[in-house]
Every structure is written in structure tokens, then in C-alpha cells.
Design a protein around this ligand. Structure first.
Ligand code: HEM
Length: 238
């Protein structure tokens, strides 16, 4: 009798579990698009260390990629569409996972009060929302409006000058460095969580490897991006 009454619950649980896994796969797949993008973008930014001509040449070259097969800026627009699709999928599945977790556990864990530790899921949401807000500010700053915050001028076709002038302001450097710390936190847990979803954390050595990889990757990306504002701060890039 007990087994009989339990059955529908088990089936429902199995379905809920499958939905959670599917949502986590969507997070991972869309997250991979961002990972590819941030790695390429970070590499491009580091060209600032090679000077104005190299950096601006690179920014110019991106707009010509794929020509004549693609129109001018065609590659850039394909990438932008891919990024927007990945963003919608990532935010939507993140939101759906959060709703599922909230429904499954309407009463919060009492243990939180004792440890004072912030759960990883909450850090992910906070860092995710911060990185999204940062990206909007970043696009306004460097791509859409291109306001040069140090003198208020708009426009111009010199990405290098805009970069240096922006990070000549201490508060811009601060916003960027704090945002890179949030990006690092998000990447750290996101990478670990994805490796878990992919089933690459099932043994103790695999878990240790996955942990080290997630941490190393987050440090490389957040650190690599931070080098440019830091380079301006100490005067290597000017
Ligand atoms: C210190 C960190 C960063 C610096 C110095 C930086 C610098 C820049 C610059 C100069 C551009 C304009 C490039 C051009 O017009 O040729 C740009 C564009 C962009 N950046 Fe960043 N970036 C940083 C971090 C990030 C991060 C962490 C993200 C993503 C989370 C990001 C996403 C973007 C996007 C989406 C664009 C627009 C590309 C386009 O469609 O034209 N950036 N960035």
C-alpha cells in the first residue's frame, strides 16, 4: 500500500529532476557561448599593451572579418545575435531554476543563520545580475553612446583613446575591477556547476580536478581583463 501511494510522487520527482537537468544543460550551453566570447575579448583587450596602433588595428580588423563573404561588420553582427540569444536562454533558464528551487524549498534553511555563509546559488544570482548591469554600462560606455567620461565628448573612432581616457578616471577603474571580481565569482561557480551537470565530478580526483579548473579559469579571465585598467592605472598603457 505504502509503495503504491509513493509511486506517483516518485514519477513526479523524476520528471522534476529531468527538467532541472535540462535547464542546467541550457545554462551550460549558453554559458559556453559567453566563455568563448570573454576569452576572445580578453585576448583582444590585451593588445592594448602593444600600443595604440595594434589595438585600433585589431578593433578595425574585427569589423572586416569574413569579408567579402559577409558584409562589412557581418561577423560582428552574427556574434551579437548569438550573444543576445545566449543571454535570453541563460537568464530564462537561470530564472526557471531559481523558481523551481524556491518552490521546492519554500522555507529557508535554518542553518544559514548559524554559519553566516552565503549559498553559492545566491552568489550566482547576485554576481549574474551585477555582470548584466555592468555589461549594459560597458556597452553604453564603449559601443553604443561612446561617451568619453573624462571630457564628456561623444563619438570618435579611436577605441584606444577611449579606453585610456576611461580608465584615467579612478571610479571607472573601480567599477571595472569590482565587476571583474563579480565576473570571476560567477565564472568560478558556473564552471564548477557545469562540469557537475556534464557528469565530470563523480569521483574524488575528478572533483578535485574540476574544482582546480573552475578556480584557475575564473582567475585567468577576471585577472586577464583586470590587467588593462590596472595597466592604465600604473601608466604602462597611456
Ligand atoms: C576590463 C575589462 C574590459 C575592457 C577594458 C573592455 C573593453 C571593451 C572595448 C574597448 C570595447 C569596444 C570595442 C570596439 O568597439 O572595437 C568593448 C566592447 C564590448 N565588450 Fe568589453 N571590455 C571589458 C570587459 C568585458 C566583459 C567582462 C564583457 C562581458 C561580460 C564585455 C562585453 C563586451 C561587449 C558585448 C562588447 C560589444 C562588442 C560589439 O558588439 O561591438 N566586455 N569592450
Amino acid at each position: 500500500m505504502a509503495a503504491h501511494t509513493n509511486r506517483p510522487v516518485l514519477v513526479r520527482d523524476a520528471r522534476a529532476f529531468r527538467t532541472t537537468i535540462a535547464l542546467k544543460f541550457l545554462m551550460t550551453a549558453s554559458g559556453l557561448v559567453f566563455i568563448g566570447y570573454v576569452l576572445a575579448h580578453m585576448y583582444g583587450n590585451l593588445k592594448a599593451f602593444s600600443g595604440e596602433a595594434a589595438f585600433n588595428e585589431y578593433a578595425h580588423h574585427i569589423r572586416e572579418l569574413g569579408e567579402p563573404l559577409l558584409p562589412h561588420e557581418g561577423f560582428l553582427w552574427l556574434m551579437r545575435v548569438l550573444l543576445v540569444v545566449a543571454l535570453v536562454v541563460h537568464v530564462w533558464s537561470g530564472f526557471a531554476l531559481w523558481r523551481k528551487a524556491a518552490k521546492a524549498r519554500p522555507v529557508k534553511y535554518a542553518v544559514k543563520k548559524h554559519t553566516g555563509a552565503i549559498p553559492a546559488a545566491r552568489i550566482m544570482r547576485l554576481a549574474g545580475v551585477w555582470v548584466l548591469g555592468f555589461t549594459i554600462w560597458h556597452l553604453l560606455n564603449f559601443t553604443i553612446v561612446k561617451v568619453n567620461p573624462s571630457n564628456g565628448e561623444t563619438g570618435g573612432d579611436n577605441p584606444y583613446a577611449l579606453l585610456v581616457d576611461s580608465f584615467d578616471l579612478w571610479w571607472m577603474t573601480l567599477i571595472y575591477l569590482v565587476s571583474m571580481a563579480f565576473l570571476g565569482a560567477h565564472l568560478h561557480h558556473g564552471t564548477w556547476s557545469s562540469l557537475q551537470t556534464l557528469g565530470w565530478t563523480s569521483t574524488a580526483p575528478a572533483r578535485a580536478r574540476a574544482k582546480a579548473f573552475a578556480l584557475g579559469f575564473a582567475i585567468v579571465v577576471a585577472g586577464g581583463f583586470s590587467l588593462v585598467p590596472l595597466g592604465v592605472l600604473v601608466g604602462i598603457i597611456d
